[in-house]
Design a protein around this ligand. Structure first.
Ligand SMILES: Nc1ncnc2c1ncn2[C@@H]1O[C@H](COP(=O)(O)OP(=O)(O)O)[C@@H](O)[C@H]1O
Ligand SMILES: [Mg+2]
Length: 396
């Protein structure tokens, strides 16, 4: 019997469009013998739709026309299963049972634990990290703090909140680190809101810019002689393995949204329909076997330490002046699901997708085991002893 798979994408996120590209690529590569695929597009309004038009890239040129051909749906738990149910009364269609949900979503609201919490509440197994690991992976400050606690190398940083006086903020930064510094929103991706500052005045501007995108921002020392190396990890907290390493190349000082998705960035030919897979990069990265080994080992250890699941991409920075390696960030649902880092090791995209889907099923079975072992039938006991029993209920 085929697995009924809902592929979720889009969402209320600045990386909405990138997610559409990633999801369409993945749907093309899913094994049709194993899965019945149901695309679920989350519009920027938060409404969810399903329909065949969602599978074609050209449909997205006119979204309202596309959605008129689709059905608005929602996930509904019923009798131990979860169904995708049509909302419109006039077009009641048979609800579709969903065995596994596969969020191929990037950014706020959809990669940060919010969507994962929704899927968990509804009760459908889902691919990728659980609620907490998703939230940790999205918040650059929390992630760094945890990694530092685990003994992993990360850059120092200062965390600033909207509402603090600008003078206090710049003072806190200058107290802790020297210029140049990098200013970034804690919870965005794709280089949105990120800029470099080399003195107090440019720091004030960079802060103002970052605060237009987020309430909490992070400032860290800028590495001037920087090499960036990325490595993907697939697995879960119990068992994980590392992909080939890549070195992405930037045209601007900061690897920008245009560099990442617009096929070569400014001046390059436009049309980023290949998403992250189209970025200028070198695979395998031109690094020593020792460095490759160190990065791949550290990527796996950090992935397991943070309790990740599915496919992540871990981005490293090398300070070439001091020859020091740092973990920069985790992408818990990376662009193009980082398939292009697995192909060089002989793992086709279809196989990668199978692996992450089976990890979702494995986790949901493990969770069921835990839940059943805690089934104490408390309510039945309370029914016998009346409400006074409630006084002694302890939440452990
Ligand atoms: N400390 C730093 N020093 C120098 N460049 C940096 C630093 N942090 C980030 N960058 C540059 O900015 C880019 C985006 O930063 P990153 O932390 O990866 O955020 P995002 O989540 O938006 O990808 C990086 O790919 C790198 O080019
Ligand atoms: Mg990055």
């Amino acid at each position: 019997m085929k697995i009924e798979l809902a592929v979720l994408f889009g969402g209320r996120s600045v990386e909405h469009e990138v997610s559409v590209i990633s999801a369409l690529q993945a749907m093309e590569n899913l094994d049709k013998e194993k899965y019945s695929v149901h695309p679920v597009y989350i519009a920027k309004t938060g409404e969810m739709y399903t329909g065949n038009a969602l599978r074609t890239m050209s449909s997205y040129l006119n979204i309202s026309e596309m959605l008129a051909e689709c059905r608005q749906v929602t996930f509904v738990p019923e009798g131990g299963n979860v169904y995708l149910r049509t909302l419109s009364e006039s077009r009641r269609e048979k609800p579709i049972r969903i065995d596994v949900a596969f969020p191929i979503t990037h950014g706020t609201n959809v990669e940060d634990g919010a969507l994962q919490g929704y899927l968990k509440t509804v009760g459908v197994p889902f691919v990728g990290p659980d609620v907490l690991a998703s939230a940790v992976g999205m918040d650059k400050y929390v992630m760094k703090t945890m990694l530092r606690d685990g003994g992993f190398p990360v850059l120092d940083c200062v965390r600033l909140m909207r509402g603090e006086k600008t003078d206090d903020m710049t003072h806190r930064v200058e107290e802790k680190m020297a210029y140049p510094v990098i200013v970034k929103p804690v919870n965005l991706g794709s280089s949105v809101g990120i800029s470099k500052a080399s003195d107090k005045e440019s720091l004030e501007n960079a802060l103002e810019n970052a605060f237009t995108y987020a309430d909490i921002i992070l400032v860290e020392p800028a590495i001037t002689k920087l090499r960036e190396i990325n490595c993907s990890v697939v697995g879960d907290a119990y068992e994980a393995s590392a992909s080939e390493c890549e070195e992405p190349f930037m045209e601007d000082e900061i690897l920008s949204y245009e560099n990442k998705y617009m096929d070569g960035g400014k001046g390059g030919k436009q049309g980023g329909s290949k998403g992250m897979a189209s970025l200028k990069r070198k695979i395998p990265a031109d690094i020593s076997p020792e460095m490759r080994n160190q990065i791949r080992t550290m990527a796996v250890e950090a992935f397991r330490y943070l309790g990740m699941s599915g496919v992540s991409r871990i981005d490293f920075m090398i300070d070439c002046e001091t020859d020091t390696l740092y973990i920069n960030e985790f992408n818990t649902i990376p662009g193009s699901l980082a398939f292009y880092l697995w192909e060089p090791l002989g793992t086709p995209y279809t196989k990668l997708l199978d692996t992450v889907i089976s990890l979702a099923i494995k986790r949901s079975r493990q969770e069921e085991d835990i839940l059943f072992s805690f089934d104490t039938n408390l309510l039945a006991m309370s029914a016998h002893s009346g409400t006074k029993g409630a006084k002694s209920v302890k939440k452990v």
